[in-house]
Design a binder for this molecule. Structure first.
Ligand code: SF4
Length: 656
């Protein structure tokens, strides 16, 4: 039996897998023992990751919508018609009427080609689903320390004195990393979890800070103020390597213990203990969607401030971002509407790109995907690649209406997703094991996926589909993923030091930019070479019932792939309420309620749970009904939706 190496297609840990191929079929998958991070571990989802490829409902032929029905057409016809329609739209409304979005499940090579194609057509309307998870992290990291990615590797977790985890349950979202936490605990590492819920990870924390949702900034400012007042900051580190200290001190001075306690609901003893634990050297500050989708870029800024104040960035600690999808780090690095893959969006970088691409991209920033779908704009045609925003965006009613009103909707996917159902053309894509290319993990490690089998019918790798569209427009794009990788190296500075050999060898540390386990040992990669403290204010948080959407270990995002693993099927998530709220609302376990927000209403079954904080309700993040209720307020700077801040009203349904 042939054994082919690949990377799990689910979360950002990027575990290595060995695929066993018999007569062109993957018959078994086992953990790759030589993978530098996963070291022979896999979670349940990863172990069965090859199953969906053989699902009966794989898309195998191009489809065109005719009178509300999708009918089979040839590739030739599909590409010709799509390109003709795109040309017509560009002619009538200009290049900015066209957009390309998606790609966090795709390889680096595919997302690179997607943004290149969009820019060849004269638009910067390119974005990925990194927008809706960690754009605040990428933005805050870039401006405060230099690179929009984790500064430290997960392998360092067991070597730390303290690990702080904010807004993330590792046991649910990144299960394989639990073994690093277990090892850390054995070594005496103190684990601090910041989460309104009692999560699986919070259960084995030394300190669980159960703050009110949305009050992260007040907590971090309060801790910052306490560190300063009690001389727990690293004065030398701040003097030598950090800017903005004076303004920060002034800003946080009002965040006394009393004030912080009042806003966050966290008792002062816990605030003090948190401060004392992070004042120790060798501390990791890690975070997930609980922070970004609740407090946006300012929440991340306020958190990174604590790492800089305590001198815990560089050799002696770091910043770790729990990225959710297999290549979401890579998509975020390469595909942004306001940044070129080679740096800031300006004429100089456009000229540099022109020398590699043979065409000059436009320099006017494009629209983030959230603005294209949730705000008024002139986009008339969208191509989604491996992206199912109908199920994953907030305010689903608005998103469905927006997509129905487009002049052209094209979806490239392996399955008939909720978004594909609305599409004028659906192009069948190969899945991860049916193509090759590289992906970037949550701690900057780039690894190659080797091709194990062929896709079904006429399905093709996305890079081939993009190349076909480009060709029909008259552009010649390289199609071999290895050649595209080399072009990425020439184009994207942070990827320039990697070699294909090390990316293909699972046992090597192929981290970008230069194989660092920890970044910023000597200097930060900001313009000044220093870390930047940025004081931010806690906004007002209304004390109303708040809906929080969360992950679940047996599900994955919109369930398109994980829902096709036998035994992992799609099911309707209940709404979890605290016992206190259930009593107050006179609602019993398993009863039906109507949940209403400013964006919509839906009925759900209630589960009463002691793990849920009073004043909050919890649901699976992309349950097929929940996003009809989740509202579409966007972070002002990074345009991420505040998925974890929807104010709701709950009414018991009279079933008689
Ligand atoms: Fe896949 Fe993530 Fe599980 Fe690893 S932890 S096997 S990458 S889902």
């Amino acid at each position: 039996m042939e054994v082919v190496k690949s990377i799990c297609p689910f979360c950002g840990v990027g575990c290595g897998v060995d695929l066993y191929v018999d007569r062109s079929t993957v018959v078994r998958l086992s953990p790759a023992g030589d993978h530098v991070v996963s070291k022979g571990h896999l979670c349940g989802k990863g172990t069965l990751a090859y199953e969906p490829a053989y699902s009966w409902d794989r898309l195998a032929y191009p489809l065109k919508k005719v009178k509300e029905e999708h009918i089979r057409i040839s590739w030739d016809m599909a590409i010709k018609e799509i390109v003709a329609k795109l040309k017509e739209i560009i002619q009538n409304y200009g290049s900015e009427a066209v957009a390309f979005y998606g790609g966090c499940q795709n390889t680096l090579e595919e997302v690179y080609l997607m943004q290149k194609l969009a820019r060849a057509l004269g638009t910067n309307n390119v974005d990925s689903c990194a927008r809706v998870c960690h754009e605040p992290s990428a933005t805050a990291l870039k401006e405060m320390v230099g690179i929009g990615a984790s500064s430290i590797s997960v392998e360092m977790i067991p070597k730390m004195n303290t690990v702080v985890i904010a807004g993330e349950s590792v046991t649910e979202s990144h299960p394989v990393l639990s073994h690093y936490l277990t090892e850390a605990k054995k070594n005496g590492t103190k684990l601090v979890v910041i989460d309104p819920r009692i999560t699986g990870t919070a259960k084995f924390a030394d300190l669980h800070i159960r703050l009110r949702p949305g009050t992260d900034i007040a907590l971090f400012n309060g801790v910052g103020n306490y560190l300063i007042e009690n001389s727990l900051i690293d004065k030398e580190f701040i003097k030598e390597r950090v800017t903005g200290f004076e303004e920060y001190v002034k800003g946080v001075s009002k965040y006394t213990l009393e004030f912080t306690e009042k806003v966050t609901g966290v008792v002062r003893g816990d605030i003090q203990r948190f401060a004392q634990l992070i004042a120790l050297k060798e501390t990791i500050f890690s975070w997930g969607l609980g922070l970004t989708q609740s407090s946006g870029v300012n929440g991340v800024r306020a958190y990174i401030n604590l790492a800089l104040l305590t001198g815990n960035v560089g050799k002696r600690g770091g910043l770790l971002v729990f990225r959710g999808q297999t290549n979401v780090q890579g998509s975020g690095d390469l595909v942004k509407p306001n940044v070129f893959p080679n740096g800031p969006m300006n004429d100089e970088n456009a000229e540099r790109l022109a020398r590699i691409w043979n065409f000059k991209p436009p320099v006017k920033p494009g629209l983030p995907v959230t603005e294209a779908l949730l705000r008024d704009n002139d986009v008339k045609a969208i191509v989604f690649m491996g992206y199912n925003p109908v199920a994953s965006m907030p305010n689903r009613t608005k998103v469905e209406k927006r997509l129905r009103n487009l002049d052209l909707l094209v979806v490239i996917d392996a399955f008939m997703t909720d978004t594909a159902r609305l599409a004028d053309y659906v192009l069948p894509a190969a899945v991860w094991a049916e193509k090759e290319g590289s992906v970037s993990s949550l701690d900057r490690i780039v690894k190659w996926r080797f091709k194990a089998t062929d896709p079904p019918g006429e399905a093709k790798p996305d890079h081939e589909i993009l190349r076909k569209i480009a060709e029909e427009f008259g552009y010649v794009f390289v199609d071999d993923p290895k050649e595209i990788f080399e072009e990425i190296k020439r184009t994207v500075p942070v990827y320039s030091n990697l070699t294909l050999d090390e990316v293909m060898d699972y046992s090597t540390n192929s981290r970008y930019p230069s194989h660092e386990i920890t970044l910023y040992d000597e200097k930060f990669y900001t313009e000044s070479g220093k870390g930047k403290l940025i004081f931010v204010q806690q906004p007002e948080v209304k004390k109303e019932m708040t809906l929080i959407t969360v992950r679940n270990v047996t599900r994955y995002n919109t369930d398109v792939v994980s829902g096709r693993i036998p035994g992992f099927g799609k099911y309707e998530s209940p709404i979890y309420l605290s016992p206190d709220d259930a009593v107050e609302l006179e609602i019993g376990d398993n009863e039906e309620v109507m949940v209403a927000s400013d964006c919509g209403k839906m009925s759900f079954r209630v589960k009463i749970s002691r793990e849920v904080q009073k004043g909050t309700a919890v649901m699976y993040m992309h349950d097929f009904k929940v996003n009809y209720v989740v509202c579409d307020e966007l972070d002002e700077i990074t345009k991420i939706p505040k998925y974890k801040q929807t104010k709701i009203k709950i009414v018991k349904l009279n079933r008689n």
